[in-house]
Write a protein that binds this ligand. Structure first.
Ligand SMILES: [Zn+2]
Length: 156
């Protein structure tokens, strides 16, 4: 199990291969994700970053670009409960992860559970379904204990 892997921005998308043109709004939104300290950004976060940078894209354009990026796999979207949706750059390897939220601080940690997707695939097949996508969000409160982690972010 791995928590909070260091952010590794993917290479710039091969625009023709993802089926999108490299328009100015798309480039600016992608730039926000590539330079943000936070890996998980809401549409409002992206909009505020663009406004702060002096860009003129409106919130509706941001939503449209985020949706387009999600559809072609440049970004992944996660529902973190209570209507809070965040986007992040997709892992170039195609691996997905879940999220563990702190109910006290709102901090978002990543859950990398390598066997989870295969287990979900197996359960889905047992129900006659082909797994097409999945999402996992878990919540926790501070318990005063912090397990030491390896510098790689993995638990012993
Ligand atoms: Zn994440």
């Amino acid at each position: 199990m791995t928590f909070s892997d260091p952010f590794q921005p993917p290479a710039t998308p091969n625009w023709p291969n993802v089926g999108l043109r490299a328009t100015l709004p798309r480039l600016k939104v992608l730039e926000v994700f590539r330079h943000s300290i936070s890996r998980h950004l809401s549409a409002e976060d992206v909009y505020r970053a663009l406004v702060h940078a002096g860009e003129s894209q409106g919130l509706s354009t941001v939503y449209k670009v985020l949706s387009q990026f999600e559809q072609v796999g440049v970004l992944t979207r996660s529902e973190l409960g209570q209507g809070h949706t965040v986007y992040e750059l997709a892992d170039p390897s195609g691996q997905r992860h879940g999220h563990l939220l702190c109910t006290a601080t709102g901090a978002v940690n990543e859950l990398h559970l390598p066997d989870l997707e295969e287990q979900l695939r197996t359960v889905a097949q047992a129900h006659g379904l082909e797994l097409t996508h999945w999402s996992l969000t878990a919540w926790g409160r501070p318990c005063g204990k912090l397990l030491a982690t390896h510098p790689s972010g993995t638990l012993p």
